[in-house]
Ligand binder design. Sequence first.
Ligand code: MOS
Length: 728
Amino acid sequence: MKFDTPATTNPIDQMKVVGKPHDRIDGPYKTTGTAPYAYERHDVVPNQAYGYILGSAIATGRIKSIDTSAAAAAPGVVKVVTWQNAGAVKKPDAVTAKLLGGPEIEHYDQAIAIVVADSFEQARAAAKLIVVDYAREKGAYDLKAAKSSAIKPQPGYAGDPDTAVGDFAGAFAKAPVTLDATYTTPDQCHSPMEPHATIAHWDDGKLTVWTSNQMIQWAKRDLAEAFGIPQESVHVMSPYIGGGFGSKLWIRSDAIMAAVASRACGRPVRVTLTRPMMYNNTTHRPATIQRIRIGADKAGHITAIGHESWSGDLPGGQPETAANQTRLLYAGKNRMTATRLAVLNLPEGNAMRAPGEAPGLMALEIAMDEMAEKLGMDPVEFRIVNDTQVDPENPDKPFSHRDLIGCLRTGAERFGWDKRHAKPGATRDGRWLVGMGMAAAFRGNITMKSGARVGIDKKGVVTVATDMTDIGTGSYTIIAQTAAEMMGVDMDKVVVLLGDSSFPVSSGSGGQWGGNSSTAGVYAACVALRDRIAQKAGFNTAEVDFADGKVTSGNRGVKLSDIAGIEGLSAEDSIEFGDLGEKYAQATFGGHFAEVGVDTATGEVRVRRMGGAFAAGRILNPKSARSQVIGAMTMGTGAALMEDAVVDQRFGYFVNHDLAEYHVPVHADIPHQDVYFMPEVDDKSSPMKAKGVGELGICGVAAAVANAVYNACGVRIRDYPLTLDKLI
Ligand code: MOS
């Protein structure tokens, strides 16, 4: 089905099931330990062996020699596999560095060998016996030092690296009020609860993997490419995933190394990355340096806005597109953005929850706070004055729906923003200085083609099958709600099957496109099934109603179970969005508010309250959507106050590679979070009239915390995270 915008009235609009705060249907499996995660699939294939990956001990250089004889002779060892005896394996185009390295080394902890043994412990012990002689070379590990050699990269998924409208330099020079400031964000790591893990099994030239992956079709494509086999010969299963945040968008070394090892020793091989391995072996959010210039007239209208961003990646990698939201967020006739990419020999930089906006707004929304202060304006009002209803770079292109102003006003009112003292350091509570800060939230709304198959059986049970994934976001539940609404059945009559490459190809989970796109695909398949059912019942498709397990037309109703019969009925379709993105600028919006205390003795920052209002189209499930937003606000608070993957500049690796040293917020760090969704329906986004919401909550929240810290104590920090050493 091609989506014709705007969406017309359709059965989703009944909102009998969709839009209700339904508990997650996978929740009981996850909380009772019965959801089968990849590494726990002892049941799926017999005779599984354990693989343990050895990572490179250098970041840049080559292996002069590797001696695996002692490891191969160790107890329980089946085989030791390196690039020398692995057989042919190609680097998939979509992956930057080789997932099986050697003899050239591209980054620290790049996989160079896998030991296969009868137990995990035997494999791990034997891996310590491998002797590697390295020739270390000089690498580039410091973004500040590499900045001057950064170049304009090729246009990527986010478009041209540079944009320019009007005369930025002239307007900035003439503006009566200006800001020119540079902000930095550090490398950050995803830290999902479930480490990357795969069981690989070869049978007659066909590869089956049970893995933890966000994008099933990409995994299938890349495994086929790696091993030179047709995509039909690859079966990928990933029904439960303990978090991804972008680290599992593409296959990583666990999948390639398990498959390589299994092929080499003729046994299924099970591999998990250890927690420390995830930091340097997989991907991370790259550090950025961002220069922002804003010029405004005395009334606070932005006349010039410029945002330049520098980041680094391995050769062939991608930039962090931190300047991109500045193309769309605020009005202003004269504008420029520029994205530059340096070569760094750190592990691969890649997408982490809200790539682009998350670090971009960490900078832009402090800059907006600084400008508001220079103008003597309230920061909420300054943003409202500079709202735009069209893409400021392409004024003929309207937003599909944009209620930034509503979010800011509603968020401010709910938070009690009017009680804030504009002057920093004005509020004391014992030894604490207390302050309030705010920031806008903005995240693009991407739509992706998504397919599903929906069937009904003789018991009236509706089964949905799609290769969509649930990375902890609630996909199972909103898909079940969609099918229940469309087919007129109760939630307990819907079975949802996800994460299997034998099912129709979906949008997958990434870039907050999954919720809206995958449910729209289920909607399309349900429309097709409703047509089949109506036809079989002898009804005119345009005049039927699906409710209470029956299809009704006029005064005649037939049970779905009877129509399905012994054979059952099913239909498959997908939603396609065509050139929707050309017609409308699509994005989600919000306003973040935070109150912090700064300890006058130690400089410790505690968040005391946080809240926000968010506009993201129709909210399909307020309960799971709220969970997404509070989780993202928590993650953004971590970005503000603690997350920092520290680079050892001598050896080129992240030093703090475990959760003891790489700090993320815990319950005690996070106060009550007030989340309000603007009542909104975006009929230009999909038949669901929904948009993405999984990443919106992290966008801007770190700046709201940073602005609250400034308001509390008058110290303006432009270098994240805001650790106490920077405050005293
Ligand atoms: Mo998201 S960073 O695209 O999983």
